[in-house]
Ligand binder design. Structure first.
Ligand code: HEM
Length: 510
């Protein structure tokens, strides 16, 4: 007997029984009625999920249930509920949701970012904090940040004085991206994979191919995962994945070996994160898997976020010429016109600091933070959140909530001067780095770097739009991938403001 025609009816029946069971057992947050198999996918714009969630919150309220195919997602969109998720109930909401591909890439959460909360997580978070993000380490890495910013400025200067570029705009991302990439690769691997003139070595080409491959694979396999019946596709592709993973592991292994050889030759191996993990292996009982996946996660976390934060900030600054002018007045007053900015100037540049905060309020690079997962049944806003639910905080929507922000869509750094508002996880109205136990561990480092990038860009250049384009014509459309990009890369014309010798970056280590 052919049972195929009965399949849709069976699926529908199972779905309805499951729904009735869920609604009797749990008082779930409100949300659109889900369809069998697809759930509420028909309500979600693939590249703008944060906006879809925001629109649904306008209909159903600040806490909503959204069925991502067969997965229940709960999304909160106001400061009070964010506090409940990230502070009050943090203990039960600190696990991560790992899709199939992410599980494979991280060896089932053996890294930091995708680890569930527990002894392994506490251990690796402690190591990362001590080795990368403590005040001592941040200060030790300062020369790297300053050097990378100056290399970027020199490269913009070279391109802007090139006669063939005269009056033409440059794509800012072309300069911000390499800076972020080289910065994090120096932190983690203690090396740039390209020289100052942008010539890449073999390792960099491999590294870039691996990163591109990783993003592509996560997209394809992550998408399949949302559908019960398409999981077989993930399994079909897992062979490709295993090959990719082996390549990635070889990359790390080669780096470890290279440094062992270097150490033997010179007596001192360069200090870097991979080496450190290797040397702490026994003391902290670190597995080989952890040593291989942890550095990789750090690179992907620290690469795009920095470049994106700076690009959005520059777009807002160029869109608001009075902000550019005000920031330059402050920079000229504090630094003058015969030297360039250094990080220690930041504390004397309150307006510039507010520009960074305002940009992070309007355009948090990870607008939904990272997915938290309930490790037990909990209550949020009076609703039941069953164990295993993915809980998202829509930081993008919270930063634009008109109940707490005056003229929320206006780029007005002054609001951070009028009221002291923390962006480092203490004030739940603005959460670019999250809050609570899963808060971004790289806040101070990121704030230093992004503020320094903007300070240099504004002190050393005037930024104008080309071809009579008006500021209001800048395309501010957002595209959400792993992070929230500008859909149309920002382009502008830099005009040098300082004597030309100040654009040269003299480097010793590159
Ligand atoms: C402007 C720059 C950055 C922003 C806006 C940002 C934002 C975030 C956010 C929202 C989270 C998730 C918080 C949560 O789940 O509640 C996060 C986690 C994380 N970030 Fe950042 N980040 C930035 C830069 C960096 C950099 C430069 C690094 C490393 C070099 C880094 C490493 C991490 C790590 C390791 C985690 C996972 C922490 C955990 O799960 O415990 N981030 N970041």
């Amino acid at each position: 007997m052919n049972l195929l025609p009965l399949l849709p009816i069976t699926i529908l029946f199972i779905f309805l029984v499951h729904r009735v069971f869920q609604s009797l057992k749990f008082k779930l947050p409100p949300g659109p009625y889900p369809w069998p198999v697809i759930g509420n996918l028909n309500k979600l714009k693939p590249n703008q999920i944060h906006i879809s969630y925001f629109e649904l919150s306008q209909i159903y309220g600040p806490i909503i249930s959204v069925w991502f195919a067969s997965n229940l997602d709960v999304v909160v969109s106001n400061a009070e509920l964010a506090k409940e998720v990230l502070k009050d109930k943090d203990q039960h909401l600190a696990n991560r949701h790992r899709t199939g591909p992410i599980s494979i890439m991280t060896k089932n959460g053996k890294d930091l970012i995708w680890a569930d909360y527990g002894p392994h997580y506490v251990k690796v978070r402690k190591i990362c904090t001590l080795e990368l993000f403590s005040p001592k380490r941040i200060e030790a890495f300062r020369p790297i940040r300053e050097e990378e910013v100056r290399i970027m400025i020199e490269s913009i200067f070279k391109d802007c004085i090139d006669p063939k570029n005269h009056g033409k705009s440059l794509v800012l991302r072309k300069y911000l991206g390499p800076l972020a990439f080289n910065h994090v690769s120096r932190l983690v691997f203690a090396q740039r994979f390209e020289n100052k003139d942008g010539v890449m070595n073999k390792q960099l080409l491999e590294f870039k191919a691996l990163v591109a491959n990783e993003f592509k694979s996560k997209r394809i396999l992550g998408f399949n995962e949302f559908f019960w019946r398409l999981n077989w596709m993930s399994r079909l592709q897992s062979n490709t994945f295993s090959k990719y993973l082996a390549r990635r592991e070889k990359f790390i292994q080669d780096i470890i070996e290279e440094h062992i050889v270097e150490g033997k030759k010179s007596g001192v191996a360069k200090h870097h994160f991979v080496n450190t993990l290797f040397s702490l292996k026994k003391e902290y009982d670190l597995s080989e898997d952890t040593i291989k996946v942890l550095p990789w996660g750090m690179v992907t976390a620290g690469m795009d976020t920095i470049a994106i934060a700076a690009e959005w900030a520059m777009a807002n600054i160029i869109k608001n010429p009075e902000v550019q002018q005000k920031a330059q007045l402050e920079l000229d007053h504090v630094i003058g016109l015969d030297r360039v900015m250094v990080e220690s100037d930041i504390s004397n540049l309150p307006y510039l600091q507010c520009v960074v905060k305002e940009a992070l309020r309007l355009h948090p690079p990870t607008p939904m933070l990272l997915p938290h997962r309930a490790s037990a049944n909990v209550k949020l806003g009076g609703y039941d959140i069953p164990k295993g639910t993915n809980v998202h905080v829509n930081a993008w929507a919270i930063g634009r909530d008109k109940m707490v922000w005056k003229d929320p869509l206006k780029f007005r750094p002054e609001r951070f001067i009028e009221e002291e508002i923390d962006v480092k996880g203490h004030d739940f109205r603005v959460l670019p780095f999250g809050a609570g136990r899963r808060i971004c561990p790289a806040i101070q480092l990121s704030m230093n770097l992004v503020t320094s990038m903007l300070g240099h860009l504004l002190h050393q250049f005037n930024w104008k739009l080309a071809n009579g384009m008006q500021p209001e014509e800048i395309d501010m459309e957002e595209a959400l991938g792993l992070v929230m990009y500008m859909k149309t890369p920002l382009q502008a014309v830099p005009i040098a403001r300082l004597p030309s010798h100040l654009y040269k970056c003299v480097t010793e280590n590159i």
